[in-house]
Design a protein around this ligand. Structure first.
Ligand SMILES: [Zn+2]
Length: 190
């Protein structure tokens, strides 16, 4: 699959190689979404006789660009993956994916550590709580964090300030080598 989407020198997405693969972008009801709306990348491989994939759902969500590229090719280009389908968050009328939230917090120098928690609230919808480690609990600081969220993703989650050591402990639970900055606590449907 990797070789089916290769970036050209203009770095504007991975060019589809239509002789290798058929790609579809689907919504949660398996209907195709228009360009400009991210969908689940679903692929069918062509020319592979051993173990072909037929409408294989990758779980990756992304958008694409059509139209001629500056390199001269006119195949569609895949934009960067914005998240995993299973981690999609519906929040205040907006669809969000954890990487975008991590990105906002990772780029705020005043924030030393944090954990994003997504949970199901008492009316059954998704809620987001961001726990930030530090001592600045001022209204001004919390407002600045919320403003960053609003400017990037249009909505602001709940912000809670806790002791930095406490957050650090939760980020690195025993047996985990990778820091955990996103926790999905939602009631699983199905
Ligand atoms: Zn190109």
């Amino acid at each position: 699959m990797q070789s089916s989407f290769t970036e050209c020198g203009h770095h504007c997405g991975g060019h589809l190689q239509p002789e290798l693969i058929i790609v579809e972008f689907l919504d949660s009801d398996n209907n195709p979404v228009p360009e400009g709306t991210p969908g689940e990348v679903t692929i069918t491989t062509i020319g592979i006789t051993g173990m072909p994939l037929l409408r294989f759902k990758t779980g990756d969500i992304c958008d694409r660009v059509s139209g001629r590229c500056e390199c001269g090719r006119n195949t569609i280009r895949l934009k960067p993956i914005i998240g995993r389908k299973g981690q999609m968050i519906k929040y205040k009328g907006t669809t969000l994916y954890p990487p975008a939230l991590n990105d906002i917090l990772d780029n705020m120098p005043s924030i030393k550590n944090y954990i994003i928690e997504v949970y199901t609230n008492n009316i059954g919808t998704d809620d987001i709580r961001v726990r930030i480690g530090g001592s600045d609990n001022s209204e001004e600081f919390i407002k600045s964090v919320k403003d960053s969220f609003r400017s990037k993703v249009r909505v602001a989650p709940e912000i809670v300030v806790e002791a930095e050591e406490k957050i650090a402990k939760d980020i690195f639970p025993p047996m985990s080598r990778k820091p955990i900055k996103f926790v999905d606590l939602r009631d699983k449907k199905q």
